[in-house]
Design a protein around this ligand. Sequence first.
Ligand code: SF4
Length: 334
Amino acid sequence: MNSEDPREELARLAGAVGHAARRRRWLGARSERRPARPAPAASAAASSVGGQPLARTPTTAALASANPATPPHGAATRASDVVRPQPNRTERPVEVPRPAAARPLTATPGSPASAIAAAGASSAALAAADAKAGEIRELARAAGDLAELARRVAACTACSLCRTRKQTVFADGRARLPVMFVGEAPGEQEDLQGLPFVGRAGQLLTDIITKGMRLTRDDVYIANVLKCRPPDNRDPTELEKRLCTPWLDRQIELVDPKVIIPLGRHAAMHVLKVEASMGSLRGRVHLLGGRKVVPTYHPAYLLRDPSKKAECWKDIQLAMAELGLGSTPRPASS
Ligand code: SF4
């Protein structure tokens, strides 16, 4: 509503003009105090260096998951944290200590340290076992024939297997031909009967000898590296093998085979004194002190993987050729 008094109207207009001028001055002063809004690029740079928690960037998040020492998400929000240089963070994963089990071994295959690692035995224990094995070697050498050697083995208490065995398992066969099969250790049936290879795996070995080689078990000689059964058919330890080796070595001397057929990787490595895969050891003839060594698969392995029987048969034929037995067709069941 307008006033009809000209003086009142002039006074009202003067007041309005003054208010507008004061508002313009106030707004101008406020805009000078407010900082300029950052450009988008500047905002992005601030988020990766100092404007936002670094834990939100992919690299830092990955580090946080890989390295427990990295602060949790949102922890690096103080100015002193967020302006910290980044290169050290990207190097953190390689600084994380490895678990003890993942530390690389300095042992090389076949070295004593490798054997110790494989067996879980200390070097002192193995050194003591080697000293004891020296005494057993003397006892074995004193045996003039296989019967005497078998008696000495039956009395052996050199390792803890003597406490769990039912009896020692020395050998089977008469070695009418100079060929010797060497397995790893007796199993349950062998422990009960006192003869090597008499369980299911033993039946397969009998088939290889009779149906494949057209021989009898008496024609060959069958023994194991270990003479006592490891509980629950576990693998023999390095210590047990070292202690029992002198008995087998003397057995080989007395049988004097022209051809030795180790059955399985452990027996092959033990006879050949090497550490290698079965695939690299089988399929060829090795020379060992004037004898021929023809490793092949263990019958127990063939029972688990019958597809390997054809390769086993090739190995047996190699051994037969060394014995001058000639080739025979592969039997259907072996
Ligand atoms: S496994 Fe060999 S060394 Fe051990 S007690 Fe039997 S015969 Fe002796």
